[in-house]
Design a binder for this molecule. Structure first.
Ligand code: UGA
Length: 430
């Protein structure tokens, strides 16, 4: 049983804190937001994350998990401090380290000798060294332990990691951090802090690139009248390629990929190393988002002015209420700029930081719509009765950018429709 502080209770910090408490440690989650801390102490979660509620409440009930706003008081009593702080994108695409370095400076004088400060935030190569300098303590260890949690599956990922990456100069510190995870992971990879920091950017950038490739292939296949989904399935069956991350869509987004890709590009530019593949991946993604709007525009006859567009899905993917850098947000803005009236429905997203009319149900969003645009792959969208949708719309048109609606059913109910990655059936071309 170790005493641990987790500074920052966003989805990474909260999931890590709950996991560590569940594995028998005494954990205090620290946050500057007093309302959030008060709510968390009552077991009320600020985010939607499958299964997190149960693990957090288990920790609170057993007394192994508590929350506080008092960083200094908490930190002086623990042997490990996890930093799970935001690293937003700065002006030029570089990661903004002010939160991480700010907390490092705040806690430096109160840490116990032998304490380990663990960076879980996504930070540029060299940050562990900067944190070490900011602390100015040769009796305190700094370790890099990037997280690979996906929003929506964070709890599953935390308890079932593919690998755990630990970047440490000191083998002793590495061993103490590895001990925290060894019951759930057989692949604990030790390396230098710089390597660990780079793994995170390289992984996210690779995945973003894979998705841009998929969207590029999907566009080509559609144009050739080929259904790309089966092609991708067959590609994914090759274990060197892998079946994950092969679904075409309206473009990738979220709080991590866009920011991390830009940060890696920024680092590469500083080093004078060209990164064409990644630059192109970003361009392809921008085009995918813009072309979603163009497709909708073409489907309604070439002009969005005065058209009503129903949008299903605001979150950047299913299973989360997060709209940060969501393709749906981008698409809605472009639709509105071209004069369309947008009515959106999302089963999880509450208040949005942007203006958009909201419907209470998926069906209500379709009332008098000229086109329905599916932007998030919420499984419930596939269960909505399409006959009712057709009846409510001004004209039964669908652009499904997640391929969640049944094409046969769309055809049966008389929709004019396009679904991402599905070409015109070959027989229709001959
Ligand atoms: C991503 C990584 O997957 C995590 O490993 C990482 O820890 C996290 O960023 C982070 O840096 O914190 P996340 O942002 O939650 O996780 O989202 P993903 O599930 O990776 O999805 C990213 C985007 O790709 C979404 O817009 C999603 O809709 C899109 N996507 C994903 C597709 O369009 N097709 C796919 O087949 C998969």
């Amino acid at each position: 049983m170790k005493k641990i502080a987790v500074v920052g209770t966003g989805y990474v910090g909260l999931t890590a804190a709950a996991y560590l408490a569940d594995r028998g440690n005494r954990v205090v989650g620290v946050d500057i937001d007093a309302d959030k801390v008060a709510q968390l102490n009552q077991g009320i979660l600020p985010i939607v994350e499958e299964g997190l509620d149960a693990v957090v409440n288990r920790g609170i009930t057993s007394g192994s998990l508590t929350f506080s706003t008092d960083t200094i008081k908490v930190v002086q009593d623990v042997e490990i401090v996890f930093l799970c702080l935001p690293t937003p994108m700065g002006e030029g695409g570089e990661a903004d380290l002010s939160y991480v370095l700010g907390v490092a400076a705040q806690i430096r004088d109160v840490l116990r000798p032998g304490a380990i400060v663990v960076n879980k935030s996504t930070v540029p190569v060299g940050t562990a060294a900067k944190v070490t300098t900011a602390m100015g303590r040769d009796d305190v260890y700094v370790v890099s332990n990037p997280e690979f949690l996906r929003e929506g599956s964070a709890v599953y990922d935390m308890f079932n990691p593919d690998r755990v990456v630990i970047g440490a100069r000191s083998p002793e510190a590495a061993r103490r951090i590895a001990d925290l995870y060894k019951s759930d992971c057989s692949d604990i990879m030790q390396m230098s802090p710089e390597q660990a920091e780079l793994v995170k950017y390289a992984s996210n950038s690779y995945l973003a690139m894979k998705l841009s490739f998929v969207n590029m292939m999907s566009n080509l296949a559609e144009r050739m009248g080929v259904d790309v989904h089966r092609v991708l399935e067959a590609m994914g069956a090759d274990h060197r390629i892998g079946e994950a991350f092969l679904k075409p869509g309206p473009g990738w987004g979220g709080s991590c990929f866009p920011k991390d890709v830009q940060a890696l590009l920024y680092m590469a530019e500083l080093m004078g190393v060209p990164m064409e593949l990644l630059v192109n991946a970003v361009d392809i993604n921008e085009r995918q988002i813009a072309s979603t709007v163009n497709r909708a525009r073409d489907m309604v006859g070439g002009d969005l002015q005065g058209r009503t567009v129903a949008v299903w899905g605001l979150a950047f993917k299913a299973g989360t209420d997060d709209v940060r850098d969501s393709p749906s947000h981008r698409v809605i803005e472009l639709l509105q700029m071209q004069g369309a009236k947008v009515v959106a429905f999302d089963p999880a997203v509450g208040k949005t930081p942007f203006e958009v009319a909201r419907a209470e149900t998926a069906l209500e969003a379709c009332v008098d719509a000229d086109i329905l645009l599916v932007m998030t792959e919420w499984p419930e969208f596939g269960k909505v009765n399409l006959m009712n949708v057709a009846r409510l719309m001004r004209y039964p048109r669908v652009l499904d950018m997640r391929a969640v609606l049944g094409r046969d059913e769309l055809a049966r109910h008389g929709f004019m429709f396009e679904t991402v990655g599905h070409g015109v059936p070959m027989h229709a071309l001959v």
